[in-house]
Write a protein that binds this ligand. Structure first.
Ligand code: FO1
Length: 307
């Protein structure tokens, strides 16, 4: 069993490459829910949906989120009523949020709903939310606290980051199966996701870091930072706000208590001595997944690094 801690787009691409090489049922994904948003009464779980849609072959490749070829008639209708529509919910995507919200209302856990959704969409890998309790990433800027989506989508990440918090983490429990998936894995992958707002919330759930420290599995991370910048999204600014160097070494430092191996891009191979000082074994590969072949090639490099 391989267990992967995953955020959104970058993680989903690596996982798509991985399930081309291993039996999909041998993969368990622990997904970030810190990005979740409540919109018009609907519970939206962007990172869980991006992983599910990608593994189901439904993802909108150009955007990296939402359903391919979706329409936005409902959103246009909401705009006509004067509603804010900076967070674009597509018509097909809405079915996922309606089903999730109604299931939760009927008393189902987020884990149960997430499992029902991935099975309905034909995804054979297991997808576990990090917690069934709400944990929400909040960003404090000069104008006050923002939800992650207000920061990332509404403000386009263009605001000063004074603080990052994982609201609710202390009261959250790992979702059923999360700790076992880490403890009993042959390998644990930390996907190339934002260390602060995608992997960070998962690590903030009590018990997860302990399980990563205790597991006999090899723990391997892929750096989301290449040549000093995030491949996509606001990871660089968020790492800097956390006082972490915006480099694979900064990522290694954030994970150093439990990380064994880190895959870095060829452009960063000069950093291998720094990784070694954190007790992390560096593996150099082409980590930019610009097409499907490169996703599989990177996944193959990961499997080879795992032995
Ligand atoms: N990202 C955007 O930049 N603009 C959007 O309007 C947007 C809508 C959206 C709807 C559903 C969904 O699952 C994801 C969506 N995202 C959008 C992406 C989302 O902000 C990110 O995928 C994660 O929160 C960060 O990984």
């Amino acid at each position: 069993m391989i267990t992967a801690l995953a955020g959104g787009t970058g993680a989903a691409k690596l996982l798509r490459g991985l399930v081309a090489l291993i039996a999909p049922a041998d993969l368990t994904v622990i997904g970030n829910t810190g990005d979740d948003i409540e919109l018009w009464g609907l519970h939206v779980s962007p990172d869980l949906d991006t992983v599910t849609y990608t593994l189901a072959g439904l993802i909108d490749e150009a955007k990296g989120w939402g359903v391919r070829d979706d329409t936005f008639h409902c959103l246009q209708g909401m705009a006509a009523f004067g509603e804010q529509t900076w967070f674009n919910l597509g018509d097909r995507d809405l079915a996922t949020h309606l089903f999730r919200t109604e299931s939760l209302r009927r008393g189902a856990t987020l884990s149960a709903v997430t499992d029902a959704i991935r099975r309905s969409l034909g995804v054979r890998s297991r997808l576990l939310p990090m917690s069934d309790q709400p944990v929400r990433t909040k960003i404090r800027s000069t104008t006050g606290w923002l939800t992650f989506q207000e920061f990332f989508v509404k403000e386009k990440g263009q605001v000063e980051i004074l603080e990052v918090a994982y609201e609710g983490a202390d009261a959250a429990l790992p979702a059923p199966g999360v700790l076992d998936a880490i403890s009993h894995a042959r390998a644990v992958l930390i996907c190339p996701s934002n260390p602060v707002t995608s992997i960070g919330p998962i690590l903030a759930v009590p018990g997860v870091v302990g399980a990563l420290k205790e597991t006999r599995a090899v723990v391997l991370a892929l750096s989301p930072i290449v040549a000093g910048a995030a491949v996509s999204g606001p990871a660089g600014a968020l790492m800097a706000a956390r006082g972490l160097p915006v480099s694979p070494a900064g990522v290694a430092r954030a994970y150093s208590e439990w990380l064994d191996v880190m895959v870095i891009d060829r452009r960063d191979q000069g950093l291998t001595p720094e990784l070694l000082q954190f007790g992390v074994s560096p593996v150099v590969a082409d980590t930019l997944m610009t097409d499907r072949q490169r996703e599989v090639a990177l996944a193959r490099a990961v499997l080879e690094a795992l032995g």
